[in-house]
Design a protein. Structure first.
Length: 478
């Protein structure tokens, strides 16, 4: 009897497996139908099971379609459900668009599952849960975490989020009141106001507090280092930042334009020994090398100085004397296309190839910087307390406090991360270092998270808010 029962159970189990397999094949057919129209490269990104995937493509090339298609494949194959997926966008409009794309996709699967009650129910449930799915801006994602764990973080879960305009009004009023109080009681603040003027100091403080999450690390250095070591720290930071900007510019479109104009002059001067022709050829080689080479430090500075000398000498009579007027005119046109006329700021070199890497009045500027950061350190804490009492947070606060709290409460960080199987980031080029830090926190708390990011390094729309294209390029390399 037991043998018969065993055979019956085995037969039923086999039928169930065959039924599930048949359903799986049917859903694969529907999935393939849904994915029609994608290119081979796009399908590679959709179907890859790699743990970390970065898709680099230009605007309008279907990056978001690839991202949503990948979410659909994961759902179809049962690798995760909608509540185990987090998709981060960088505008509300983009998150609404992504939800709309998914809603249409879910409806497509509902329409193609009418003969399969189990799948039909599943996709209808997904349609319902899509409204509360974690598909949002990074600010909304952080706000969700802060509200969920508000009491454990010491926050009021009913906090309000102020927009940029309201924040500007509140911050301006706060700085005016605080600065007035400090000028009446703090001698160092009086010295700063004397040096910079009261309105100038107020404007600087406004700028510092508006970007406080990026200024805080420098303020912490200022408070922890001796005056001499802090000056060395600032000096090194300026040089590194300047070098980073120069490298980005050298790799940019302006350099390609300059190279194009210089190459068009091939054959313009038949005398290969002509100083200008020699410099033209050398400059082409130098710019090509700098575009491809990771050269930096003193070596990069020397090369930049050579480029400066080329332009300066070209304007001098010693180099241009004796040349055919037509050739001179062509050279002048090519150089001015990028350099700019004498009356204009130097187009190609403006803000990049400055006369010296050294800052004029450096000691005085560093001293002012240090005193400003000391004042900033006091006022920023009062600004935080002001917002806490008002029960308000800015968009930047959402990310900053989320990271601060998750770092200080690893068990909560692990709890948040454990609910995520797949993390998607759209327009990754618009991330800044703080946003990447949040992603890293979650991935370290849960190493099983699968990361998929898409973006275009040439299309950073939030560069003015601190977005770092370099971060996108670094993550792409990883």
């Amino acid at each position: 009897m037991s043998t018969v029962n065993g055979l019956i159970l085995a037969n039923i189990k086999g039928l169930c497996i065959r039924k599930r397999w048949k359903n799986f094949l049917k859903m694969q057919e529907v999935l393939n139908k849904y994915l029609e129209g994608l290119t081979q490269e796009q399908l590679r990104a959709v179907n890859s099971d790699s743990k970390i995937i970065g898709v680099v493509a230009s605007a309008g090339s279907g990056k978001t379609r690839v991202l949503t298609s990948r979410i659909i494949r994961i759902l179809v194959e049962g690798k995760a459900d909608i509540d185990e997926i987090v998709a981060i966008t960088f505008t509300e409009k983009a998150s609404l668009e992504m939800k709309e794309r998914l809603r249409k996709a879910f409806n497509f699967f509902v329409e193609n599952s009418k003969n399969n009650p189990e799948q039909l129910t599943l996709w209808r449930h997904r349609e319902i849960f899509l409204e509360t799915a974690r598909i949002s801006t990074i600010h909304s994602f952080c706000a969700r975490i802060l509200r969920q764990y508000a009491l454990r973080f010491g926050l009021d879960p009913e906090f309000s989020i102020v927009d940029d305009v309201e924040n500007i009004i509140k911050l301006d009023r706060f700085i005016r009141d605080k600065l007035k109080a400090y000028l009446e009681s703090d001698e160092d603040t009086v010295k700063l106001a004397t040096e910079l003027s009261t309105s100038g100091l107020r404007q600087i403080l406004f700028s510092l507090l508006s970007n406080y999450i990026f200024i805080l690390p420098h303020a912490e250095k200022c408070n922890s280092l001796t005056e001499e070591k802090f000056y060395s720290y600032i000096d090194e930071n300026i040089k590194n930042e300047y070098e980073s900007i120069v490298k980005e510019k050298l790799k940019g479109i302006t350099t390609l334009v300059l190279l194009s104009h210089l190459r068009k002059l091939d054959g313009g001067i038949t005398d290969s020994q002509n100083p200008l022709e020699q410099k033209r050829r050398y400059l082409i080689k130098l710019l090509e090398m700098l575009r491809k080479s990771p050269v930096g430090g003193e070596e990069l500075r020397n090369y930049i100085e050579e480029i400066k000398i080329f332009f300066d000498e070209f304007k001098g009579k010693r180099v241009s004397a004796g040349l055919d007027e037509e050739i001179k005119r062509k050279f002048e046109y090519a150089i001015k296309k990028v350099w700019g006329s004498e009356k204009e700021k130097r187009g190609f070199l403006n803000g990049i190839f400055i006369d010296s890497w050294e800052v004029p009045n450096k000691q005085k500027i560093f001293s002012l910087t240090r005193n400003l950061l000391i004042l900033f350190s006091k006022i920023v804490e009062e600004w935080k307390e002001f917002k806490r009492k008002q029960n308000i947070l800015t968009f930047d606060d959402l990310i900053y406090f989320c990271i601060e709290f998750l770092e200080g409460a690893p068990e909560i960080c692990q709890e948040v991360a454990s609910d995520i199987k797949y993390l998607f980031v759209d327009e990754f080029q618009d991330t800044d270092s703080l946003q990447v830090k949040l992603i890293d926190l979650l991935m370290h708390a849960n190493p099983d998270i699968n990361l998929f990011f898409v973006g275009d390094a040439k299309q950073s729309i939030y560069l003015f808010r601190g977005a770092e294209v370099k971060i996108f390029q670094d993550e792409k390399k990883k």
